[in-house]
Design a binder for this molecule. Structure first.
Ligand code: SF4
Ligand code: SF4
Length: 439
C-alpha cells in the first residue's frame, strides 16, 4: 500500500496498552465536576447559572454569543461556584463547578427524537448547534458552523477515524463498539450538507474497526470505509484529505477550499446522539494510558471530571510518573496540576514512565542533516525556522511560513540532535501573534 501524503513518520504505536479494553463507565462518579466555559474555537461561553442553582444533566449552563457552541451540565447537582479554575491550556479558565448529587437526573428535553427522517437539513444543523457539538479530535471547531459554511461548497465528506497518534485508542473503541452511531451520524451530516456519499478513513492498524463498519454497512453504497496505510500525522485534516481524495489543501487555505468537510469519529457519534437521542455533548470517551498507570482504560466520563479522578480509575500511578500529558505524545500538552479537568476535545491522558520519555540533550546542536525537512508534512524548513527562531528574527521565521506549522512534532521526532523544535516554534508563533496584535 503506497503512502498517500507527503512526509510524516511512524513512531512506535503503544496502542496495545488499551486497544483491547472495552469502553466502560466510571466505577465511581466524581464528587464534583469543573466544566470550563471555553472548550471550542471562538469566544468563551457566558455562564447562565449561579452559585446555589440546581442543575440537571444536559441542562445549558453556558451560552455563546458569537462563534462557539453552548455548554451543558454533565452531572446533576448544585452549582458550587462560577469562577476561574486551572485549565489544560496552562491558564485559568472561567468554569462552572457542580457538586454531584449522584442522582444523574436527566433534563426533560433530553429524550429520543421522533420522526428524525422528517428533519430538514437546517433543522439538523440547529440541533447540532443546540447540542454543543464541536470537533472532538483536538481543534474544537463548532460543528454547526463547519457544516453551515460548507453547504453548497463541499462535495466530499470525510469522517476521520485515523487516530494516528501513538497510545490513543478512544476512537478505535468507539468505532468498534458504537459503529452504528458513526454510520447514523455520518448520514445526518450527509443530509445536512445535502450530499449523498461520505468516506470514513481508518488507518490499517485498526482493521477490526474497518471490518466492523463495513459489515454494518452491508451492501449500502452511500458510505465508503477506506483503510489507510498507518502513518503519522494522517489524522490531520489536510493529510487525511490528501490520502483519501488526492486533493492538496494549499498553504493558508481550508478543507472547504478544496471541496472537503472533515469530521472526527467521536464528533460524528455525538451528532448521532444529539439528533436521534436528543442528548447534548456532556460526556465523551477518553483513553487513560501510558507505562506509569496501573490499568490503562477507555472510559466514558462526564465532561469536567478531574484528571486525578480519571487516573485513579486507571488504577492510579504506577511508580513516579515522569510526565502527564493531555493528548498524545506528539501533539499533547504536559500537565502539572491534576485538578485540571477533561473537556470536549480531551481524547487521552497519557502518563509516561521514565523509560518512555523521549531522550533529550542538554546542549543540542543542529548537524544540518535535513531530516526534519524531509518529514515535514507541511513542506516547511524546520532547520531554518529553528535557526532564525533562536536568534528571535521573527520576520524571517514568518517568511518561512511558521504559521502553517501544525505542531505535529514529526521534525522533533526525527531530529538526531534532539532539538526541542516544537517548543521553539510555539514560542515563535506566540511572539509573532503578539507583535501582530500590537500593530
Ligand atoms: S533534523 Fe535536527 S539536526 Fe537535522 S537539520 Fe533538522 S534540526 Fe538540524
Ligand atoms: S515544522 Fe511544524 S508542521 Fe513541520 S514537521 Fe515540524 S511540527 Fe510538523
Amino acid at each position: 500500500m503506497k503512502q498517500l501524503f507527503y512526509g510524516g513518520v511512524h513512531p512506535a504505536e503503544h496502542k496495545e496498552l488499551s486497544e483491547h479494553k472495552p469502553i466502560r463507565p466510571l466505577n465511581k462518579a466524581p464528587a464534583e465536576v469543573v466544566i470550563p466555559m471555553s472548550m471550542h474555537i471562538g469566544a468563551p461561553c457566558k455562564p447562565v447559572v449561579a452559585k446555589g442553582d440546581t442543575v440537571m444533566v444536559g441542562q445549558v449552563i453556558g451560552e455563546t454569543a458569537g462563534l462557539g457552541a453552548p455548554i451543558h451540565a454533565s452531572v446533576s447537582g448544585t452549582v458550587k461556584a462560577v469562577e476561574p479554575r486551572p485549565g489544560t491550556g496552562g491558564t485559568p479558565t472561567m468554569s462552572v463547578v457542580i457538586e454531584n448529587d449522584f442522582q444523574n437526573t436527566l433534563h426533560p428535553d433530553c429524550k429520543p427524537r421522533e420522526n428524525v427522517d422528517a428533519l430538514t437539513p437546517q433543522e439538523i444543523i440547529d440541533i447540532i448547534r443546540d447540542a454543543g457539538c464541536t470537533g472532538m479530535g483536538g481543534a474544537g471547531f463548532p460543528t454547526h458552523v463547519k457544516i453551515s459554511s460548507a453547504v453548497g461548497k463541499a462535495d466530499t465528506i470525510i469522517i476521520n477515524g485515523a487516530e494516528c497518534e501513538p497510545y490513543i485508542t478512544a476512537d478505535h473503541r468507539l468505532m468498534l463498539e458504537h459503529g452504528e452511531k458513526i454510520i447514523g451520524g455520518v448520514r445526518f451530516i450527509m443530509k445536512a450538507l445535502q450530499l449523498d456519499h461520505a468516506y470514513i478513513g481508518i488507518e490499517n492498524n485498526k482493521m477490526d474497526a474497518v471490518a466492523h463498519l463495513r459489515e454494518l454497512l452491508g451492501d449500502a453504497k452511500d458510505v465508503t470505509v477506506k483503510d489507510l496505510r498507518t502513518r503519522y500525522p494522517q489524522g490531520a485534516e489536510k493529510q487525511l484529505i490528501q490520502a483519501i481524495t488526492g486533493r492538496e489543501v494549499p498553504p493558508g487555505k481550508l478543507p472547504a477550499d478544496v471541496g472537503c468537510c472533515v469530521f472526527n469519529a467521536a464528533t460524528t457519534a455525538a451528532i448521532y446522539d444529539a439528533v436521534a437521542n436528543g442528548l447534548p455533548l456532556f460526556q465523551r470517551v477518553i483513553t487513560i494510558t501510558g507505562g506509569a498507570v496501573n490499568d490503562p482504560v477507555n472510559l466514558i466520563a462526564p465532561l469536567g471530571t478531574p484528571f486525578s479522578h480519571l487516573i485513579e480509575e486507571a488504577g492510579g500511578f504506577k511508580g513516579t510518573p515522569a510526565r502527564v500529558i493531555a493528548g498524545g505524545p506528539m501533539m499533547g500538552f504536559a500537565q502539572y496540576d491534576m485538578s485540571v479537568t477533561m473537556g470536549k476535545a480531551s481524547n487521552c491522558i497519557l502518563v509516561l514512565s521514565k523509560d518512555e520519555m523521549p531522550k533529550t540533550d542538554p546542549n543540542p546542536t543542529c548537524i544540518r542533516c535535513a531530516r526534519c525537512v524531509n518529514v515535514c508534512p507541511m513542506h516547511l524548513t524546520p532547520v531554518f525556522m529553528n535557526m532564525y527562531g533562536k536568534q528571535r528574527r521573527w520576520s524571517e521565521v514568518e517568511e518561512l511560513r511558521i504559521m502553517d506549522c501544525m505542531e505535529c512534532g514529526c521534525c522533533q521526532f526525527i531530529c538526531p540532535a534532539r532539538i526541542p523544535l516544537v517548543q521553539q516554534f510555539r514560542t515563535a508563533k506566540f511572539a509573532i501573534r503578539q507583535a501582530a496584535a500590537k500593530k
